[in-house]
Design a protein around this ligand. Structure first.
Ligand SMILES: CC(C)(COP(=O)(O)OP(=O)(O)OC[C@H]1O[C@@H](n2cnc3c(N)ncnc32)[C@H](O)[C@@H]1OP(=O)(O)O)[C@@H](O)C(=O)NCCC(=O)NCCS
Length: 204
């Protein structure tokens, strides 16, 4: 799987069609509109002030797939989902990527989040990343189910670590996806299901 595989047209559970592709330089207005149209309670768990045009300008002007792989989903000309794979710098976490994802309320529970997350996990599997990490509010059922659907497992809950927009403390769940072992399982499965004559030499 590669960034060159996009754009991809995909169908949601309710029949609507979206196009998934990497964020582009000319997405500034679209991405700002997406975040500004979002209820404040959805933005509170994002790491940046996404209503600040300077933040969005930086993201759209400084696209560097070696640091962040940003995918957007569009319904027509409107961004309805934004997911990012963050590639860590060198160091003890250099094999652990981070996933962040948000979808428009108008398109939730349609499989959109899962669809973007699956693309990002697939891209991570084709890089040198061995694990993926995601932080979610522990009782955000949609987020937890979405990440579980693409191979994440909840490994820890840190009580009362984060605050919502009303200042209330909320538990944070740490979710991990062991991409390397998932990739190995898939490769073994593909090899096992291949006709022997097509297997690489030396493979059982
Ligand atoms: C998390 C999020 C991206 C999920 O987006 P989505 O487009 O609804 O995702 P999906 O439609 O693929 O839903 C995934 C699963 O969760 C379920 N689900 C979604 N929202 C739900 C909710 N509020 N309550 C219960 N289940 C929910 C879906 O039905 C689906 O389950 P299924 O596969 O069994 O049908 C979206 O809720 C969101 O943007 N939340 C705010 C930001 C956030 O918390 N991001 C995660 C941390 S980075």
């Amino acid at each position: 799987m590669s960034i060159k595989d996009y754009p991809k047209k995909m169908q949601l559970k309710d029949g609507r069609e979206v196009t998934v592709r990497p964020l582009a330089r000319d997405d500034f207005e679209r991405l700002l509109g997406f975040f500004k149209g979002m209820p404040a309670e959805d933005r509170v768990f994002l790491a940046h002030d996404v209503t600040d045009p300077n933040v969005i300008r930086k993201w759209t002007e400084e696209i560097n797939f070696d640091h962040v792989v940003p995918l957007v989903a569009l319904d027509g000309d409107q961004i309805v989902g934004d997911g990012t794979l963050h590639i860590p710098p060198r160091g003890w976490m250099q094999h652990v990527g981070n996933l962040r994802l948000v979808t428009a309320r108008s398109h939730r529970k349609t499989g959109l989040g899962t669809l973007i997350a699956r693309e990002l996990v697939g891209l991570a599997g084709s890089m040198d990343l061995e694990k993926l990490k995601a932080h979610v509010i522990a009782d955000a059922q949609g987020a937890v189910r979405m990440f579980e659907a693409v191979g994440f497992e909840q490994v820890a809950v840190v009580p009362r670590l984060v605050r919502d927009q009303k200042g209330a403390e909320r538990d944070l769940a740490i979710m991990i996806n062991d991409v390397a072992s998932l990739t190995r399982v898939l490769e073994d499965w593909i090899q096992d299901s291949m006709i022997p004559a097509f297997r690489s030499p030396g493979e059982g």
